[in-house]
Design a protein around this ligand. Structure first.
Ligand SMILES: Cc1ncc(COP(=O)(O)O)c(C=O)c1O
Length: 399
């Protein structure tokens, strides 16, 4: 990637930052647009937050909906995907004995969310184990569908998984859930700006995604998408001015003239709307910098680095390439003290990258974004060879 592109980000030069996946990173022009929104707010808070906010909040919804293959009426701006998914999980009417079907690749905070919901409602969580390595669509879909019973009320899936960086082929599972009257709830924390999304065509009942990760908008920008037919099921976690006692039937008006779905969720007391308002600037930045080409380059770099590490370790990848997140790859490494390796990568090589144990596998999760470079990948491989004693490891594994 060009030096020029790296300079457009605020990442410190003394850090080799290979963990875009956790919190994203915001390019300078997008960050400047964000600060401009904050300044504008401070110059006339009552006008900004009082009189104009409903209208101002609408613009990002219009821009984002066009990007995500939906209409502005089906999405609402929130601060993060955790919030979006909590709103859904805590709205659905679950009873003792109902089942929430999910996989063994989910993000730990959301596992807690569903555990909390299960405890409060008496519902039961059913976790299906996705056979690994993931090499065919049927292997995923057949496993998920085999987990559905006549008690399943919710299907909860990550679209791109956090610990394993897999791109789950979720389409047929969603369609099957719909056929059986099961609500599909999708954790899309990693997908906006990472893969092409067509939310209406995908057909999930509820889909929450972050704009602050791969779309590179400022921290605290995310959305919840809901099909019009199920928007009325949603209740806000915080009751504020947006709430009304009106009906929630399709076509009903909320307190500020949008739908109740939008008005109830968007207004949650005083908050900084600047990250959400900056979403159009993030989309413009990507257009101005030919981001599809940047992403293709990052994808090639990620896959090449994983292949080279695989040659060093002799360990097989977690999936066929088509099920790997384009700019993120979870690379298996030999059994090790994961925290010690993570710390040593940072202390000795200034490399920021997650190293953790997932089930029985030790994983180094590599993210590649436009500010990263081939020399950084080379350094990572050198560092892992040193710290994990990989010289000759592949040969030792075979013999
Ligand atoms: C799969 C997945 N879901 C949800 C989240 C939560 O995102 P946030 O903290 O922005 O709500 C993450 C964060 O990394 C994630 O990886």
């Amino acid at each position: 990637m060009s030096e020029n592109l790296a300079r457009q980000f605020l990442i410190r030069e003394d850090v080799v930052f290979l963990n875009h996946g956790s919190f994203g990173a915001c390019p300078r022009p997008v960050f400047a647009a964000y600060q401009n929104w904050q300044l504008e707010l401070e110059r006339q808070p009552v006008e900004f937050l009082g009189r104009n906010l409903t209208e101002t909040m609408r613009q990002p919804r219009i821009a984002l909906a066009a990007e995500l293959g939906t209409v502005p009426e089906n999405i609402v701006g929130l601060t993060n995907a955790t919030l979006g998914l909590n709103i859904v999980a805590q709205s659905l009417d679950l009873k003792p004995g109902d089942q929430i079907l999910t996989t063994d690749h989910e993000y730990s905070a959301l596992e807690k969310t569903w555990a909390y919901v299960a405890r409060r409602t008496g519902a039961e969580i059913v976790v299906v184990k996705i056979p690994m390595p993931l090499t065919t669509e049927a292997q995923f879909t057949d496993t998920v569908i085999a987990g559905m019973t006549d008690r399943t009320r919710v299907l909860f899936l990550s679209h791109i998984t956090s610990p394993t960086a897999l791109l789950f082929p979720i389409d047929r599972s969603i369609a099957e859930a719909r056929k059986r009257g099961i609500w599909s709830v999708i954790d899309g924390a990693h997908t906006p700006g990472h893969i092409k999304l067509e939310l209406d065509a995908l057909g999930a009942d509820f889909y929450s995604g972050n704009c602050h990760k791969w779309m590179m908008a400022p921290k605290g920008s995310a959305f919840l998408h809901a099909r019009p037919e199920v928007q009325g099921l949603i209740n806000p976690l915080v009751i504020s001015h947006g709430w009304t006692a009106n009906s929630k039937e399709p076509g009903a008006k909320g307190a500020f003239g949008n739908s109740p779905f939008i008005d109830e969720l968007e207004m949650q007391g005083t908050r900084d709307p600047a990250p959400w308002l900056t979403v159009p600037a993030a989309l413009a930045y990507r257009r101005d910098n030919d981001w599809p080409s940047v992403q293709a380059h990052c994808h090639a770099l990620a896959q090449d680095t994983a292949r080279r590490l695989g040659e060093l370790t002799g360990l097989a990848p977690l999936s066929a390439p088509e099920f790997c997140a384009p700019q993120m790859v979870a690379m298996p490494v030999p059994d090790c003290d994961v925290d010690a390796i993570k710390d040593a990568l940072l202390d000795k090589y200034s490399i920021e990258i997650p190293v953790f144990r997932w089930q029985d596998t030790c994983i180094v999760r590599l993210s590649v974004q436009g500010y990263n470079s081939k020399p950084q990948m080379d350094l990572l491989l050198t560092a892992l060879t040193d710290l994990l004693h990989l010289e000759g490891a592949a040969e030792r594994r075979v013999s």
